[in-house]
Design a protein around this ligand. Structure first.
Ligand SMILES: [Zn+2]
Length: 241
């Protein structure tokens, strides 16, 4: 089977269909065009690229980042599809009642057995800026409330910063640190640490002005720094008689 030839035939078929559809907006059409260019680039370098990609994934990293379009996990870390498992939400918040985040975390930690979980924020984060303001934005205010709670925890430091931009960026850093702490407090991470020593939780902030990551140096590979109130005993399965 000539995989490359099949791909090209399929691409030509898609292009012919799109010529008929005049209602496609430029930005939408650009996505489909970009997809075909990506496919062509990949198979011209390696005709088995997609055959291998389809076989499965074995990422060692879970990235929990902001939904902001400027901080895509693979580009920031110069990694390829298959290398980073990704969850993103507004302002990279990790809440213990968020079933979406918990499902991703559980699957990554207990099934994929990732070695690194990275909470990745970014300076100038619009979500954090919104949480700093007193404006109402609608439903999202309930989500951003978690960041206001981070402010309250660190208000003694943040209130002393007079420059608005600096205060925002410090809250971005503190938010990342608190979300790392939230992950460490979770039963998923604590139980994983009882079983294995190779799981690390990290906090990063991406500087969009330089593209560089600033490691917040809050990496944890065990429950040592958790407050006693968050420490958990082993799970006991109580059998009903
Ligand atoms: Zn953001």
């Amino acid at each position: 089977m000539n995989l490359k030839k099949n791909h090209i035939t399929e691409i030509e078929s898609i292009e012919n269909t799109e010529k008929v559809n005049k209602t496609l907006s430029d930005s939408y059409a650009n996505l489909l065009r970009g997809n075909r260019e990506w496919v062509q680039t990949k198979i011209s370098a390696d005709s088995d690229y997609f055959t291998n990609l389809a076989k499965g994934q074995n990422p060692e990293v879970l990235w929990i980042g902001c939904s902001d379009s400027r901080v895509p996990a693979n580009e920031v870390t110069n990694t390829n599809p298959g290398e980073v498992f990704v969850h993103r939400n507004i302002a990279n918040v990790c809440v213990h009642s968020d079933m979406n985040m918990l499902s991703v975390l559980d699957y990554a930690v207990n099934v994929l057995k990732v070695k690194h979980v990275i909470v990745a924020g970014h300076y100038g984060c619009g979500g954090v800026a919104a949480a700093l303001s007193k404006k109402q934005f609608g439903l999202i205010d309930n989500w951003l409330r978690h960041i206001k709670d981070v402010y309250r925890l660190h208000s003694h430091e943040l209130d002393r910063i007079t420059d608005d931009g600096q205060r925002l960026n410090r809250l971005v850093e503190l938010n990342v640190m608190e979300q790392v702490y939230n992950l460490c407090k979770s039963t998923i991470v604590q139980n994983a640490w009882k079983e294995r020593a190779d799981l690390q939780i990290h906090g990063w902030v991406v500087d969009l002005n330089t593209g560089l990551v600033k490691d917040q140096k809050v990496s944890s590979n065990g429950p040592r720094n958790l407050g006693y109130v968050y420490e958990l005993d082993d799970v006991e399965v109580i059998m009903a008689h």
